[in-house]
Design a protein around this ligand. Structure first.
Ligand code: B3K
Ligand code: ZN
Length: 881
């Protein structure tokens, strides 16, 4: 499957490879500018493939030095080199043969960070999805599984550490200060899981005893001096290993498991077999430098990559269309892990917030695609919230539909049946159909149809007949290239909440299948009648966000206030409050646009204050209650003709009104929550800090004074409270003496810590003011800004474009221009990160006319440029289409 710029790859064109590579031996003579790679491959013609079939190897930016088959040079007439590979036509008739390929590459010049590159003096690799072809010629596709033996040779001074996948086999000293190590991975794997790391790093070691009693040596490699900051990651790793044994019966399978943290990395981390490579942002943490959110992310990502060992590595994808097979499933697994390790309710709310703010806009805009796409131009553009987060929601629905026991049985069968294979979504679903005897045909549309389904719900109670009737209707909106949609199977968890807050019993339910507290929507319209309902209930529906849909209820405000106070499902309480906030904010932003002063009802404000101060609730939950929808969320709810300035004003008005209502209680609560206990990253302590920093914002906004925030900033003994205070200062008091001096102090203190300095860039990129665009330009000239480091670019430009609505969407178009210029420049070295940044424009059509036109013309100008990478051209063209 070769792709050239512009060429589309289609799922229906999938064909198994005519050749396989059961064994791969790689020899690396490492050098930053002249690395010599010798690949010795055992080739095998597939069953049924023609003897005349040419061997089409993928390869990019390689200098070919030797090509031998069974020990003899392949004649020049027997092969052809082209920019994306090598076609060999002169092949022996024997079914198997040995192919030796020598190529040279220059890792130090590799700025795309795909293939073998150098990050801070450390050689490292990133091969998923198609980076292996930048190391050697190969069948670089996930359905070609091979057993790898890797020999690495390097200068001992530059690279005392030599790592690859699998288990260490041998090592030794050589002449001229060089040394070598040999690694062997007994598990057949696709090339995208290959990894190599060589450099001078420190290590934190530990070990883990598996359920069956084998000892696994664990190592986390970081820059010298940072070993202690890997302690939390190591703890998270061991907890993940134990959890996967308990929850899914999955044990680790090699003698060693290594993680390496590098500072230049396109993604968050990578699950290479036995050798995970991580963005150091998701490894390094301690009280002084990481926030609670950083700790939680580290825990989740360490778990995610570890869980891939079974969902992704032992069982992999047949082709890249099946990406959600490993990603959606593994996200589901890491979500469940975090829910078990922390608070399930709080975790669920955080997941839904993230889904709505990242996946919903994708599903509702020009980049919408099914969880399992059918075509792509550049696969790297499909590592999306839809594939990951919606993919996880689909697995969660499967569990809801089948129940925990059958879901686990299906997973067991999937592991047993497909271990060592490269499979499809159909194979995955078949395992669940086989254990449950359910037909998942209609359910499978969740994988195939793009777009967020919407469900409207209304209800009525008949006191005389003691019946409660619920009307439900589903529709799936059209999305690019899919106009007509089929009806979905939507599982909606529900409860009929009685006057005292507990769920009312009912005798029977007719009109849809209703099982174990779940209504199964399968048709367009259902009328569900519950009989034997003795009091008027309030319907609580889509509890726990059982289906990733947009719900519109015609419920009364009093009913939503009631659910927010009394629903037994904490998610639904939060949801009820959030929907009230949204409605109020939409009305408020309309008022602002009409030149009126926004007003909020006492009921809503009192509810927010009461929930936030209710000591019977978890502190983390209370912090979420006070987390008013972000400006981008409000914009999404409004949907069209968006004016970011009006939204900002409306949101600020709500913050002030809540602050006013909570004036007497917030301050004393804030003071009383002060603790002398030493920092601990556990969920309860994190919840307490989250609530305290949220209260701080309201107090500061209410007092219109930076004083308390500056005090918290000065007194904080941990990064969470320090950054929490600095956020309040940057958001609301940027132009005050306190705001400025805090930012200067922070920069001074953390000048030499890139991960913390990223936060400093980030906070300034978020300042809601039209001048921010100028400041961002200034920050791009800061001595510590660099286009070569993806974290830094994301911290400044990514944050500005995604988390600063008034700045990015400045009415004069300066924000658009800045992002377009940066994207163009970045594209020359790192197309993947450039393309990702460009997705900031995806909701341009929903803006008000003036901004819409500015965004469109900026995109059009970008798209007209010559020599855009395939990655960037793909995003820009789809966004404009
Ligand atoms: N599988 C990697 C992502 C690779 C990104 C390639 N563009 C990390 C993960 O999802 O676990
Ligand atoms: Zn993953």
């Amino acid at each position: 499957m070769r792709t050239e710029n512009g060429q589309v790859v289609r799922l229906e064109d999938y064909k198994p490879s005519p050749y396989l590579i059961p064994e791969t031996r790689l020899d690396f003579q490492l050098d930053p500018h002249e690395t010599l790679v010798t690949a010795t491959l055992k080739l095998e013609r597939s069953e049924g493939a023609s003897v005349d079939a040419p061997l089409e190897l993928d390869g990019e930016e390689l200098r070919l030095e030797t090509l031998k088959i069974d020990g003899c040079d392949v004649p020049a007439s027997g092969y052809e080199q082209h920019p994306d590979g090598l076609t060999i036509t002169c092949l022996p008739a024997s079914r198997t043969f040995e192919l030796v390929i020598r190529t040279r590459i220059a890792p130090a010049l590799n700025k795309a960070l795909m293939g073998l590159y150098v990050s801070n003096g450390v050689f490292c690799t990133q091969c998923e999805a198609e980076g292996f072809r930048r190391i050697t010629y190969f069948l670089d596709r996930p359905d070609v599984l091979s057993v790898y033996t890797v020999r690495i040779e390097a200068d001992r001074k530059i690279a005392p550490l030599l790592l690859s996948n699998g288990n260490p086999v041998s090592k030794g000293e050589l002449e001229n200060g060089r040394h070598f190590a040999v690694w062997q991975d007994p598990f057949p794997k696709p090339s995208y899981l290959f990894a190599l790391v060589a450099g001078d790093l420190g290590v934190l070691r530990d070990s883990f005893e598996t359920a069956s009693g084998r000892t696994v040596e664990l190592g986390i490699y970081v820059e010298h001096g940072k070993e202690a900051r890997a302690t939390y990651a190591m703890d998270a790793l061991k907890r993940s290993m134990r959890w996967d044994e308990k929850r899914f019966g999955r044990e680790y399978d090699l003698d060693v498991f290594n993680i390496v943290a590098v500072s230049d990395f396109n993604a968050g981390a990578m699950e290479n077999k036995g050798l995970n490579v991580f963005n150091d942002k998701y490894v390094l943490a301690d009280a002084d430098t990481a926030t609670d959110v950083d700790f939680a992310n580290i825990e989740a990502i360490i778990a995610h990559e570890y869980f891939h060992n079974w969902t992704g590595n032992r069982i992999t994808c047949r082709d890249w269309f099946q990406l959600c097979l490993k990603e959606g499933l593994t996200v589901f697994r890491d979500h469940e892990f975090s829910a078990d390790e922390r608070s399930r309710a709080v975790k669920r709310i955080a997941e839904v917030r993230a889904l709505r703010s990242h996946q919903f806009p994708e599903d509702q805009g020009p980049l919408a695609h099914p969880v399992r796409p059918r075509r792509y131009r550049e696969i790297n553009n499909f590592y999306t919230a839809t594939v990951y987060e919606k993919g996880s929601e689909v697995v969660r629905m499967l569990q809801t539909i089948l129940g925990d026991a059958l879901f686990r049985a299906g997973m067991d069968l999937y592991f047993e049946r497909h271990d060592g294979q490269a499979v499809t979504i159909e194979d995955f679903l078949k395992a669940f159909e086989d254990v449950s005897e359910c037909d998942l045909g209609q359910f499978s549309l969740w994988y195939h149809q793009a777009g967020t389904p919407s469900v409207t719900v209304s209800s009525r109670y008949d006191a005389r007949a003691a019946t409660f009737t619920v009307e439900l209707e589903q529709s799936v909106p059209p999305t690019p290239s899919e106009n007509r949609k089929r009806l979905m199977h939507i599982p909606l968890s529900f409860g009929l909440v009685g006057p005292d807050g507990s769920d009312l019993p009912y005798r029977s339910a007719e009109g849809a299948s209703v099982e174990n507290g779940v209504i199964h929507l399968r048709k367009r319209h259902h009328t569900v009648t519950f009989t034997g309902v003795e009091a008027r209930p309030v319907l609580s529906i889509n509890r726990g966000f059982s289906a990733p849909i947009a719900l519109s209820t015609q419920s009364r405000v009093e009913d939503r206030l009631f659910l927010a106070r009394h629903d037994s499902d904490p998610f639904s309480r939060w949801q009820a409050l959030t929907s009230l906030f949204n409605d109020a904010l939409i009305a408020a932003s309309k008022a602002v646009r009409g030149g009126k002063k926004p007003v909020f009802t006492e009921d809503l404000l009192t509810l927010a204050v009461n929930l936030a101060t209710d000591a019977s609730l978890e502190e983390a939950f209370r912090a979420l209650v006070l987390t008013v929808p972000a400006e981008a969320d409000i914009a999404r709810e409004i949907g069209r003709d968006i004016d970011p300035d009006a939204i900002h004003a409306a949101r600020m008005a709500l913050l002030r009104s809540i602050a006013e209502s909570g004036r007497d209680v917030f301050r004393s609560l804030y003071d009383n929550m002060r603790t002398q206990a030493p920092f601990s990253p556990d969920a309860a302590s994190a919840g307490r800090r989250a609530l305290r920093s949220t209260l701080l914002e309201f107090i500061a906004v209410g007092e219109r004074s930076p004083r308390l925030a500056k005090q918290q900033f000065d007194e904080a003994d941990n990064m969470t409270e320090r950054a929490g205070a600095l956020t309040v200062l940057a958001q609301h008091f940027y132009d005050t003496q306190e705001g400025r001096s805090a930012l200067i102090a922070f920069e001074e203190r953390y000048r030499d810590n890139p991960l913390v300095l990223d936060k400093w860039f980030q906070l300034q990129a978020m300042v809601p003011a039209h001048e921010t665009v100028l400041n961002v330009r200034k920050l791009m000239r800061h001595g510590h800004f660099s286009m070569a480091n993806p974290n830094r670019v994301r911290a400044l430009i990514g944050t500005f474009s995604m988390a600063n609505q008034t700045g990015f969407h400045a009415a004069d178009g300066e924000g658009y221009r800045l992002v377009a210029e940066t994207v163009t420049e970045l594209d020359r070295q790192n197309p993947q990160v450039a393309a990702r940044l460009a997705t900031a424009f995806r909701s341009w059509r929903s803006l008000e006319k003036g901004r819409r036109e500015l965004a469109r013309s900026t995109l059009a100008e970008l798209s007209s440029r010559k020599s855009l990478s395939r990655d960037l051209a793909d995003i820009v063209e789809r966004t404009l289409a």
